[in-house]
Ligand binder design. Structure first.
Ligand SMILES: [Ca+2]
Length: 473
């Protein structure tokens, strides 16, 4: 459907090979085949399926070594993928984390830093229909409208001679920015109408828990039209409510005395089953070889054994909320391997675009994960924690709780004194203390200062009181 000028393809291919890293790419012959395919039609460009689990702890997979949780489908995916065992999301909360994945930018850059706008007064009849709250939501949605999201770029990227990449894209599952079209998707499930109960996915939340059919129907449509496709599969799983089928719950009942823990574990396996259905569909349709499959969780989770919520994970600056395996599979093109170099979900957008040989928007902070040198050269993985609900929609810094930095095996958690005046910096040697049990900030004050300087070089919000910051250095 669109032609790719030879010169453009050559240029892109040269750039791709230059930065892809030899270890990750199977062979030059495979690349030549990709070049020929790209030249013949946009329909031969790789499809992309992005699987995003919701509130899923980083150790809670078979391939990450969990002794009880069963994830055979994700284990199979891992065996076929480049697996980054030390991936991070830039913030441990649904909306801002998802917005970072789809824009390739940090929350303070895309400004969708909270799940919700500032909440209406308690006297308001209903949150979602409160005029000020809706205005705040619209403002957040307008931030998404203004950015070159992954679906938008995949649809409209120019390939030369008037050609476009021409991807069709489907939104399913969690989605906070109103109608799916705010993200640049051509197809989707979420209507985003607050009057009909839209908050973070509405009709889209049926995916996984109730059906996979909308994905299968969409892929069939893309095939019929000979268009490459992008699928956003972000089911609200294993997120609460933990309502896995009895057949799965029964597997775990005798594995832990807490019904809350076993309920969460069963949810993880239920989520894994849906991933298997999706991967099996790609196999049966003959699409597996030309479909990149990527995986990430939007934030972590430690199930409270005494109640339905989490402990020391989601919405906290600890790795239990921030860390996730990140996977990239492209059968026959990218050699499976494991890496323990820290990376970020910020990297997914530039990586996926590079794999599809589409130029990334300027200003993205992430790196191409298949470029070993670029991954190794980066000195730190960085992020933030914001309030759950908006403080100032126009200024994310007003709701900043922490900045954090992982570098050289160490992690600094730096609280914002304007929001958390009694909190102190925490320092962990996460390479040897992955569950962050031993705070070494007092003993390693010089290192704290060095890492804080690194954070300041990245993002130093003006609302941090200068006097307090100077006194802590
Ligand atoms: Ca989440």
């Amino acid at each position: 459907m669109c032609s790719v000028p030879r010169k453009t393809v050559r240029s892109n291919r040269r750039e791709f090979l230059k930065s892809a890293g030899t270890a990750a790419v199977a062979s030059l012959a495979a690349c030549a085949r990709a070049k020929d395919s790209a030249r013949s039609s946009a329909g031969a460009r790789p499809n992309i399926v992005l699987i995003i689990s919701d509130d899923h702890g980083w150790p809670d997979y078979g391939f990450m070594g969990h002794p009880q949780v069963r994830t055979p489908n994700l284990d199979r995916l891992a065996s076929q993928s480049v697996v980054f065992t030390h991936g991070y999301v830039p913030t441990p909360l649904c909306c801002p984390s998802l917005a970072s994945i789809i824009t390739g930018r940090y929350p303070h850059q895309h400004k969708m830093a909270f799940n919700d706008p500032p909440m209406p007064p308690k006297s308001a009849p209903k949150t979602e229909t409160d005029a000020a709250f809706r205005a705040g939501r619209d403002r957040m949605n307008s931030y998404m409208d203004a950015l070159p999201t992954l679906p938008r770029v995949l649809a409209s990227a120019e390939l030369g001679a008037g050609g476009r990449a021409g991807y069709l894209s489907l939104q399913t599952g969690k989605w906070w920015q109103g109608h799916f079209s705010h993200g640049g998707f051509t197809h989707g499930m979420t209507h985003g109408d607050p009057a009909k109960g839209g908050r973070h996915g509405d009709a889209g939340l049926d995916i996984g828990r109730k059906t996979m059919q909308p994905i299968f129907d969409f892929i069939a449509t893309a095939k019929e039209q000979n268009r490459p496709f992008f699928v956003w599969y972000a089911p609200m799983m294993p997120h609460t409510p933990h309502t896995a089928p009895e057949r799965l719950l029964a597997k775990y009942r005798d594995k832990n005395p807490s019904k809350y823990v076993t309920g969460y574990w069963a949810m993880v396996e239920w989520f894994d089953e849906t991933c298997g259905q999706l991967l099996d569909y790609l196999d049966k349709q003959g699409l597996a070889d030309n479909t990149i499959v990527s995986y990430v969780a939007d934030n972590g989770w430690i199930q409270n054994p005494d109640g339905p919520l989490s402990i020391r994970s989601k919405l906290t600056p600890y790795d239990a909320g921030l860390r996730t395996p990140i996977m990239l599979r492209w059968l026959g093109r990218v050699e499976p391997r494991k890496s323990d170099v820290p990376v970020s979900s910020i990297d997914l957008m530039p990586t996926l675009l590079r794999m599809a040989e589409i130029e990334a928007p300027t200003g993205l902070p992430g790196v191409n994960l298949l470029d070993d040198r670029a991954v190794a050269r980066r000195d730190a993985v960085l992020g933030t924690v914001f309030e759950h609900s908006g403080v100032d929609i126009a200024d994310p810094a007003a709701g900043l709780q922490y900045r954090w930095c992982v570098s050289g095996g160490w992690k600094l958690i730096d609280p914002n004194p304007a929001r958390l005046p009694n909190a102190r910096p925490e320092l962990y040697h996460v390479a040897e203390d992955p569950h962050e049990k031993n705070d070494l900030a007092e003993r390693e004050s010089t290192r704290v200062g060095q890492l804080r300087k690194r954070l300041d070089a990245w993002w130093s919000p003006t609302k941090l009181p200068a006097s307090r910051r100077r006194s802590e250095r």
